[in-house]
Design a protein around this ligand. Structure first.
Ligand code: AAM
Length: 329
C-alpha cells in the first residue's frame, strides 16, 4: 500500500518560503493536484500540472509512473489541505497548519494523532508494507523547525535549487521567541513540538506509524520532511527500525545535511537512483541541477517498484512518456 498524505500550512504563504507551485496564488492547489495526478494521471482540481515558477513539473509524475509500471495500490489521506482533491480520499477533518511565528501550528494535535493512529491500525491489518508519502508545500520549513526544537543540527532540503536558508533560520528565531525556547528546547516533548511548530502531515504520519502492527514494514517516503517525522517518533520512544526512502537529488543537495541528520536520528536510508541527465525534456533533465528534487514520495515509489520487480530505469522511461504526453496537450 502506498499512502499519500496531502496537507497545507500557512508557512507556504510566507513570501520566499516555497516554490512548489507556479506562483503564490496556486500553491494551495499543489497538494490536491498532486493527489489527482497520482491517482488519475492528471489534476482535476485545477487544469494544470503543478510546476515551479520555471515550469519544472511536480515529482508526482515520477510516483505516478512507478505506480503505472508496478501497479501498487494507492490511498490518499487529506490532512488539512486548503481545498480537497477530486479523487477519492480519507478525510482527517483538520484545518491547514498555522504560521508558528504568530500562532500554534497544529492546535488539536492529540486528536489528529489519535485519528491517524486508528487509520494506521486499520491499514496495518491489511498491508504487510506501507509506504507513506507527503505533499505539503512549505513542509521543509516546518521540518526545520521540528528538527531544531528537538535539538538536531543540520539544514533541511527544499524544492528550490537555492534553498532559502536565511529565511528558514529567521522563521525559527521568530517562532522560538514566541514560545520562549532555545534549540533542543522541546527534545522531551515531541507533541508540543508539532503543536507549536509543525504541520498536520507530521502529526498524521506520526500517528499512522504508531498505529500499525509490529510485523508491518513502514517506509517513510520523502526527504528531510520525513526525517523530521522520524525524529519525532524517536523522541516519543519509538525504537523500531525506520527506513526513509528519498531520491539521490536530496542526498546530493549541497544546502542540506540529509545523511548527517539521518545518522543522528538513526534511520536507514534508500536513495532512488533517478537519472534524467539524458532526458530530452528540460523540465526533467533540470532535476539534475537541483530543481524540485523529491516530493509526493517519488523516492519511496521507486523503492516500492523495485520490490515489485520494476527497475528504476523503467520508471524513468515511463516518467518521460507521461511527461511528453502532458506537455504535448
Ligand atoms: C510536492 N509537489 C511539488 C513539489 N513537492 N510540486 C513541485 N515541486 C515540488 N518540489 P518546500 O518546503 O521547498 O516547499 O518543498 C516541499 C514540497 O516539495 C513538498 O510539497 C514536496 O512534496 C515537494
Amino acid at each position: 500500500m502506498f499512502v499519500l498524505v496531502i496537507s497545507g500550512s500557512d508557512v507556504s504563504k510566507i513570501p520566499g518560503v516555497s516554490i512548489a507551485g507556479l506562483n503564490p496564488e496556486v500553491i494551495p492547489y499543489t497538494a490536491p493536484a498532486d493527489a489527482d495526478l497520482l491517482l488519475w494521471g492528471k489534476p482535476h482540481v485545477i487544469d494544470a500540472i503543478p510546476v515551479d515558477p520555471q515550469g519544472h513539473p511536480t515529482p508526482a509524475i515520477i510516483t505516478h509512473a512507478a505506480c503505472c509500471e508496478a501497479g501498487f495500490p494507492i490511498l490518499i489521506v487529506r490532512s488539512g489541505t486548503y481545498l480537497p482533491p477530486v479523487v477519492p480520499y480519507i478525510e482527517m477533518n483538520v484545518e491547514p497548519g498555522q504560521d508558528p511565528q504568530t500562532n500554534q501550528a497544529v492546535s488539536k494535535v492529540e486528536l489528529l494523532v489519535e485519528k491517524s493512529k486508528s487509520l494506521g491500525q486499520i491499514l496495518g491489518k491489511s498491508s504487510k508494507k506501507i509506504v507513506i508519502a507527503e505533499s505539503l508545500p512549505g513542509g521543509t520549513t516546518t521540518a526545520y523547525l521540528i528538527l531544531k526544537a528537538l535539538g538536531y543540527n543540520g539544514m533541511v532540503s527544499s524544492a528550490s535549487p537555492v534553498n532559502p536558508v536565511k529565511l528558514k533560520e529567521q522563521i525559527w528565531e521568530n517562532s522560538a521567541q514566541r514560545i520562549g525556547i532555545k534549540p533542543g528546547g522541546l527534545s522531551g516533548d515531541p507533541m508540543k513540538a508539532i503543536r507549536e511548530l509543525g504541520d498536520p502531515m507530521q502529526a498524521t504520519v506520526f500517528g499512522m506509524v504508531t498505529g500499525v502492527l509490529e510485523e508491518t514494514d513502514i517506509i517513510l517516503a520523502g526527504g528531510t520532511q520525513m526525517l523530521a517525522v522520524a525524529a519525532l517518533l524517536r523522541h516519543a520512544g519509538y525504537n523500531k527500525p525506520l527506513l526513509v526512502a528519498t531520491t539521490t537529488y536530496v542526498i546530493r543537495d549541497k544546502f542540506a545535511h540529509f545523511l548527517d541528520l539521518a545518522r543522528q536520528i538513526s534511520v536507514e536510508i534508500y536513495s532512488a537512483p533517478l537519472d534524467f541527465s539524458q532526458s530530452p525534456y528540460p523540465g526533467l533533465s533540470d532535476y539534475e541541477k537541483g530543481y524540485v528534487k523529491e516530493g509526493v514520495g517519488a523516492g519511496g515509489a521507486i523503492w516500492y517498484a523495485e520490490q515489485l520487480g520494476v527497475t528504476p530505469d523503467r520508471v524513468i522511461r515511463k516518467t518521460e512518456q507521461l511527461y511528453h504526453a502532458m506537455i504535448k496537450k
